[in-house]
Design a protein around this ligand. Structure first.
Ligand code: SF4
Length: 481
């Protein structure tokens, strides 16, 4: 498990309750996700063959995952032949150790970073801080999160839970020289961040990035972004280190062409993202002279080995499923307690961290299916969540410790297995009805939590069996008609 993957106390229901109590958070999330949803729908609506494109994207990712071992070797061969250095990391500790060692040998005390979920997953910034190395996030939203010692809450918009005024206050409190005159206009806020980061870009000897894709046939890595900070990081420093999940590899360049028709429209609602940077090893006199890539497993092969779970590895991190999720929209990313929030986070995190470690996450969904409908690579997230719930139940059944739910279900199974027992319980219906009217369920420890958010149904005064017995004649008459 990656040591940076999980954060926060308690389980999803506890954190969600906390988030729901924050009116400002809900307002910020509601406004942002509504806007992104509408823009995405318009951008996708322009493409006549969107459904065919989705199917093609799914096929490309499935084909890549089926031949992952061969493609990774191909990638390593090509990337190395071009002067790049490939490192393999089984988990977060190995990846961090490799990167800290490279930085120690370079003598760098500071690095600039391109926004990367994978480096958050491995807790890289914390590992660098322990080694005395300062990491500067250069993406605007990541900078906001870093300055406020916060956690990202969205794949694409890590500071989606903040509004303009909050960002203005963060800049005033943490960027040296920003006066109280700073306004909350986006252009003004962006200019403040740009001027703060400019010196860091120019001074940094080393940059760290992730990658949106890795092409096996050419040994090429690529990053897409909107602000140009990535381009600066990928070209100015002397050394570049990229941390890339093994599932990012695709066989051919033409596959990237298909995925690039899906990704920008699904994520930023753009026809094409403003900056696309690609590199294959080292190019003399152009860009970094020392280029490394750390290929990371960190639980991905667990998902790959699972006949159902491997579908989750198709994910291209566009974030469309977060923006349409009614649960995410109300509780935000922090409630998931994972670097990967939202519907796909509720699927990926259990595979990376272990189902029982984050047992509440697969239940953080209404299973409404909106996430599947927008996913550009057709990941059937609701079915994956149901499968994870089944895995959790199977695991719970193996444990000797009996949960209250299991006790109730076992008792019900015992009663329903025998007609006489079932009839006896049915005869208790009127009595249960009276007790329910006195809200006994809130006092009953076994089903008290079940009734926290719902009224227990009042058992009817008469069962169907009673009714039939009392209306035998009527029933016979009806049968004869
Ligand atoms: S699961 Fe699909 S919709 Fe969600 S982030 Fe991944 S690719 Fe995008």
């Amino acid at each position: 498990m990656g040591e940076g993957l999980l954060f926060g106390e308690g389980d999803f229901p506890t954190r969600a309750r906390h988030a729901l109590a924050d009116g400002q958070l809900r307002a910020n999330l509601g406004a942002a996700t509504t806007t992104i949803r509408e823009r995405r729908a318009a951008a996708v609506g322009e493409v006549a063959d969107w459904e065919e494109l989705r199917s093609a994207g799914a096929r490309i990712k499935d084909g890549s995952l089926a031949a992952l071992d061969e493609m990774l070797v191909d990638f390593e061969e090509k990337f190395s032949a071009s002067g790049g250095v490939v490192h393999w990391a089984r988990d977060a500790q190995e990846a961090n150790a490799i990167i800290v060692d490279l930085l120690n040998r370079s003598g760098a005390a500071e690095v600039v970073k391109v926004k990367s979920m994978t480096t958050q997953e491995i807790g890289l910034n914390e590992a660098l801080a322990e080694a005395g190395i300062v990491a500067w996030e250069t993406d605007l939203a990541e900078l906001i999160v870093q300055l406020s010692a916060d956690r990202p809450s969205h794949f694409l918009v890590p500071a989606i839970h903040r509004n303009r005024d909050e960002i203005r206050h963060i800049f005033q409190d943490h960027i040296p020289g920003i006066g109280t005159g700073l306004g909350n206009d986006p252009a003004e806020l962006t200019a403040a961040a740009r001027s703060y980061l400019r010196d860091k870009f120019l001074a940094a000897e080393v940059a760290i990035s992730g990658a949106n894709f890795a092409v096996a046939e050419t040994g090429t890595l690529g990053v897409v972004e909107s602000e140009g900070n990535g381009r600066m990081c990928l070209t100015l420093p002397r050394m570049l280190i990229s941390v890339v999940g093994v599932e990012k590899v695709v066989p051919r360049w033409e596959d990237v062409g298909t995925l690039f028709q899906l990704l920008p429209r699904s994520s930023t609602a753009e026809r094409m993202n403003p900056y696309t940077s690609t590199w294959s090893g080292v190019t003399p006199s152009d860009g970094p002279s020392e280029v490394h890539v750390v290929l990371l497993d960190n639980g991905r092969t667990n998902a790959l080995a699972d006949p159902v779970g491997k579908e989750a590895l198709r994910c291209i991190r566009c974030s469309a499923c977060l923006n349409v999720c009614p649960v995410y929209e109300r509780v935000g990313g922090h409630a998931y307690g994972s670097v990967y929030p939202g519907p796909i986070g509720a699927v990926i995190t259990p595979y990376l961290a272990g189902v029982e470690t984050v047992a509440s996450l697969p239940f953080a969904s209404t299973l409404c299916g909106a996430c599947y409908e927008v996913c550009p690579v057709k990941i059937d997230i609701p079915s994956l969540l149901v499968d994870l719930r089944a895995k959790h139940v199977a695991e719970a059944n193996r444990k000797p410790l009996r949960s209250s739910e299991k006790v109730v279900m076992s008792a019900l199974a015992w009663v329903m297995a025998d007609a006489k027992r079932w009839q006896l319980v049915n005869r208790l219906g009127p009595l249960l009805g009276k007790l329910t009217r006195y809200r006994w369920a809130r006092l009953a420890p076994l089903i008290g939590r079940w009734t926290e958010n719902r009224e227990p149904p009042v058992p009817p005064a008469h069962t169907l069996r009673n009714w039939r017995n009392n209306h035998q004649g009527l029933g016979e008459g009806m049968r004869h008609e």
